[in-house]
Design a protein around this ligand. Structure first.
Ligand SMILES: Nc1ncnc2c1ncn2[C@@H]1O[C@H](COP(=O)(O)OP(=O)(O)OP(=O)(O)O)[C@@H](O)[C@H]1O
Ligand SMILES: [Mg+2]
Length: 345
């Protein structure tokens, strides 16, 4: 049997709960095959026994149906488990009422995470889903600007914070609680505590999607943040420069540590279209996002141009998807939302 056929058999096995297959998630390793026998290793990213058993059973079934008489599957202890082994691996809780929690992250600051988070959320909302956004950037909250919200949230009975509603989405940001004179000298432990409060003491209600806008970087603070809650997946935003791209891998490693699939990469400020002549120019080197996504085996969800409208919309507190829904860039964000929805449902 040739490699392509074996590969397409393996790709029939979807990761439980995802439309993406186990090969795309990078679970399948050390494949050896001869005429009618196949050996392979599976590096699990989930600790859940039922998920593991389902994947193993489906692999065996598909391979046998594909004509292999001898199928041997070995479980490989992954990097995720090796590091989890040092601290007992306990799955973090999900947020009650929230179906999918998606983190938007980047290794480098200023690459457009908050812009992507706001537009992805708005696009999902337009597609009819109920959506919340949680701004976890405790060092420089941006929701107040990106979505133009300056209200102070009400505290409800049971000490729950009531999210602010804007554009028919539920929003919460530390920026809503800080005043200009508040000290923003947060230490790691304070950040962690503040975040779990945010995640679990906000009256989110029933949401299809909660989008987390993470602070830039992939260090301990970010790792602690993403460890607090069961994430459905992560989207990594980068710009095409080499320096930003290097951080994509760090981001992917961070999510691997917490068993969260990277749903894809968004290359932002990817190219520039001249507003006068329509000429498309590559300001930075091109193709980096595509290369990186291939290397990490995750989709490149979009290449978003450097675009004045995106910037202006963001600064006026109205995501482009809402401000100029017919623009090409808004269409790109809607495509991202479609793909994310596809990947997690
Ligand atoms: N594609 C784009 N075209 C033009 N301007 C953009 C684009 N994407 C983002 N911007 C602008 O770049 C600036 C930084 O974007 P944004 O705040 O979304 O980045 P960030 O990654 O969240 O930053 P931080 O790391 O500080 O949280 C903003 O002024 C935003 O309006
Ligand atoms: Mg930001």
């Amino acid at each position: 049997m040739n490699d392509d056929k074996l590969n397409s058999l393996l790709r029939q096995v979807k990761y439980p709960g995802f439309s993406k297959d186990v090969v795309s998630f990078g679970l399948i390793q050390n494949v050896k095959e001869s005429d009618n026998s196949v050996e392979l290793g599976v590096k699990f990213s989930s600790e859940k026994e039922d998920v593991r058993q389902e994947i193993l059973a489906n692999l065996e079934q598909v391979l046998r149906a594909g004509g292999y008489e001898k199928v041997s599957i070995e479980i490989i202890q992954g990097a995720a488990q090796a590091s989890a082994g040092q601290q007992e691996a306990t799955a973090p809780p999900g947020i009650p009422g929230v179906k999918h929690t998606i983190a938007v992250a980047s290794g480098k600051g200023g690459v457009g995470k908050s812009t992507v988070a706001a537009n992805l959320a708005a696009a999902l909302r337009k597609q009819g889903h109920t959506v919340g956004i949680l701004d976890l950037d405790v060092f420089g909250p941006s929701l107040p600007i990106t979505l133009g919200v300056h209200e102070v949230p009400k505290v409800l009975e049971g000490n729950k914070l009531q999210p602010i509603i804007k554009y028919d989405m539920s929003l919460m940001s530390l920026g809503f609680l800080l005043t200009d004179s508040s000290p923003v000298i947060w230490r790691g432990a304070m950040v962690t505590k503040m975040v779990s409060q945010f995640l679990f003491d906000v009256a989110w209600g029933d949401l299809d999607y909660l989008i987390l806008d993470l602070p830039p970087g992939t260090g301990d603070v970010q790792l602690t943040l993403v460890q607090q809650v069961a994430l459905t997946g992560a989207v990594i935003v980068t710009t095409p420069q080499d320096l930003a791209l290097k951080d994509v891998e760090r981001g992917a490693n961070m999510f691997e540590k917490v068993n969260t699939p990277v749903l894809g990469i968004i290359e932002n400020m990817s190219y520039h279209i001249c507003t006068n002549c329509g000429h498309e120019s590559q300001i930075f080197s091109s193709g980096g996002g595509a290369k990186e996504s291939k290397r990490l085996n995750v989709p490149l969800l979009a290449k978003i141009p450097l675009n004045e409208d995106i910037m202006k919309a963001g600064e006026n507190g109205e995501p482009l998807v809402i401000h100029l829904p017919e623009s090409e860039a808004a269409q790109l964000f809607r495509d991202v939302a479609n793909q994310v929805h596809e990947l997690v449902n």
